[in-house]
Ligand binder design. Sequence first.
Ligand SMILES: O=C(O)CCC(=O)C(=O)O
Ligand SMILES: [Fe+2]
Length: 230
Amino acid sequence: MSEELFPPPAVQVAAGAVHLPRRLAPGAQRELLAACRRWAVPPAGLRTVRMPNGSRMSVRQVSLGRHWYPYGYAATVVDGGGEPVKPFPDWLGRWARAAVDAAAEVAGEPVFGAVPCAVEYDIALVNFYGDGARMGMHRDSDERSAAPVVSFSLGDACVFRFGNTEGRGRPLGVPPDEVWGRDVELRSGDAFVFGGPARLAYHGVPRTEPGSAPPALGLRGRVNVTVRAY
Ligand SMILES: O=C(O)CCC(=O)C(=O)O
Ligand SMILES: [Fe+2]
């Protein structure tokens, strides 16, 4: 990936959904990646998620704070070895609140609630995308809290598709060859905040761009950390 002089500006892609390009400086990216590598180690480390229909997610995952399984949260790895989930670190909550404040400034209206953000973030899902991994359109709807979700991306770029709250499919009347929803390129260091009217919007990752990670990061593939309040 070529070095850029300036990142693109932050943009609200839909009401309540804000892309913050290169939110994390290279040092913060390395710090988060080092933490992800520690979290990936057993017990309660990186795992392949089995869906209720027997299929497996192509993305491998680690939970912090509470263990996510399809479809709920538990204190232990209930669909694996039963170990207690790793704790959610306070610093990650601070990073998330700061990103919400930055997003609120871009939105220009109080779509995310109190400013400064006072959400007590307590869970995170860490997703590892190898070459060819993807994530289907879904909503993050297993949390009881309506607090905004904050995602941080590391490594390979990806296409992040942000749809609407109505359904995961192509809306009626949109021809099959037409892009629907908003496709946003998420690159290493980017944050994406979705809350308020966008909190329950469908979203997914149709593809990553293997080999596009910044060489200095030393990561093959893509890592995404979504910070949430339970
Ligand atoms: O990888 C991403 O950018 C999105 C991840 C996601 O949607 C999720 O973990 O629920
Ligand atoms: Fe999600």
